[in-house]
Design a protein around this ligand. Structure first.
Ligand code: AMP
Length: 401
């Protein structure tokens, strides 16, 4: 089954066309800066990737461009759009409605629409992607896969905020989590890699990319996670602050005459590694600046690792110990220096990193030493594959029903 996976953000659409049975990626690419005069459209697999600067006024236009490239011109990989069997859409916020992936229908669309308020940068564009596909590929089944669904199993003591209860009742203010597709995928892969039943493992999964989150998994289900009502909570990230004393925000708003919208921008786009270092949101730049003795870059790096370390401690307490820690996403998979700093000093807790294994690049692998009580793994995440697999399962089941 060929599944087109679409991941729509506020001004971007990333896509991947995949044959689910073979897990082969047929092609992939991205539309960026949608709405700007100088949009960037990247299409095709390296080294034959094509990059165009082209205006894409909206998400429908961007998706039309993607579909055109799949069947026309040098980058074509299909004879016709009929060869696309299904579309899988990534949805950031499934709120209280979705505990698993769903086949798209009017009711699902109405609920995603209702949840826009909780994830305006993501759910709105994702809906536009769904509408565009309905128009451009009528009749092709679609599935929505929710970033929050994996955390549906969190108990109320983990997902409630200690604020007046009325705001939960009135607005649904609570922790929903994010990156769930990634946490679920790597936890499952970790158990398979270790040849163990996931239900027998206490797992902490660390998704460390531009966005960062960490989850606690017990008896095969998620029991806590660091992201909250929105993907701003928890760990320090590339440009996001993560958790801070809420008074910091009201203080700055008061003193700088800042609006709520500007405060949101400051916390989401100007904070994290970028805000503290003044250098970059990219951990490679931070590492380079640290090596050159840049003190603020070093401070940002130290703060980043310190927060991951503290969350690991928290979740050990939540789980009553830990058997496996998984690192994934851009930083988790690639930065040996960050991994080393995170686990430094955690030896008394049974986490011993093997320097040599940590330095090696590769796919799924153990980086803890043989005498480490806790097994530390690097597992590359593959959210697109997970979305394609869910899409395959639901569409196949619907066909056979
Ligand atoms: P992601 O959001 O998963 O694509 O991850 C993006 C983050 O991964 C950025 O901060 C990158 O700097 C970081 N990253 C990617 N490759 C490396 C690398 N080789 N070393 C350190 N960080 C990396």
């Amino acid at each position: 089954m060929n599944v087109l996976v679409l991941n729509a953000g506020s001004s971007s659409v990333k896509y991947q066309l995949m044959c689910v049975e073979t897990e082969e990626v047929l092609t992939k690419g991205a539309c960026e800066r949608i709405g700007a005069e100088d949009g960037i459209f990247t299409h095709g697999m390296k080294p034959n990737e094509v990059k165009e600067i082209v205006a894409m006024p909206d998400h429908e236009n961007a998706i039309a461009r993607v579909l055109d490239c799949l069947v026309n011109g040098d980058t074509a990989v299909l004879k016709s759009l009929d060869e696309i069997d299904a579309v899988g859409h990534r949805i950031v916020q499934g709120g209280k409605y979705f505990k698993g992936s769903t086949i798209v229908n009017d009711d699902v669309i109405a609920k995603i629409d209702e949840l826009i308020e909780l994830a305006p940068l993501h759910n709105g564009p994702a809906l536009q992607g769904i509408y565009a596909c309905q128009k451009l590929m009528p009749g092709v089944p679609m599935v929505t896969v929710y970033d929050s669904a994996y955390f549906y199993t969190m108990p109320p003591k983990a997902f409630m905020y200690p604020i007046p209860y009325e705001y939960y009742e009135k607005y649904g203010i609570r922790k929903y989590g994010a990156h769930g597709t990634s946490h679920k995928y790597v936890a499952k892969r970790a158990a398979a890699f270790l040849n163990k039943d996931i239900k027998d493992l206490k797992i902490i999964t660390c998704h460390l990319g531009n966005g960062c989150s960490i989850s606690a998994i017990k008896d095969g289900i998620a029991v806590d996670t660091s992201m909250g009502l929105t993907p701003l909570d928890g760990l320090m990230m590339g440009t996001r602050s993560g958790a801070i004393d809420p008074t910091v925000v009201t203080f700055i708003m008061d003193h700088e005459g800042m609006s709520a919208e500007d405060a949101n921008t400051m916390l989401n786009k100007k904070s994290g590694l970028l805000g503290v270092s003044g250098v970059s949101n990219d951990s490679r730049d931070i590492e380079e600046a640290c090596a050159q003795g840049n003190e603020r870059a070093q401070l940002a790096f130290d703060m980043y690792c310190d927060r991951v370390k503290k969350h690991i401690g928290q979740y050990m307490a939540v789980l009553g110990g830990v058997d496996v820690i998984v690192l994934t996403a851009g930083i988790g998979e690639n930065s040996a220096v960050t991994r080393k700093a995170i686990f430094e000093g955690l030896e008394p807790l049974g986490m011993v990193l093997d320097e040599e294994r940590n330095a090696v690049r590769g796919s799924e692998r153990v980086i803890s030493s043989d005498d480490s009580k806790v097994t530390i793994l690097v597992i590359p995440t593959n959210e697109e594959l997970a979305i394609a697999q869910d899409t395959y399962e639901l569409v196949s089941a619907a066909k056979n029903a």
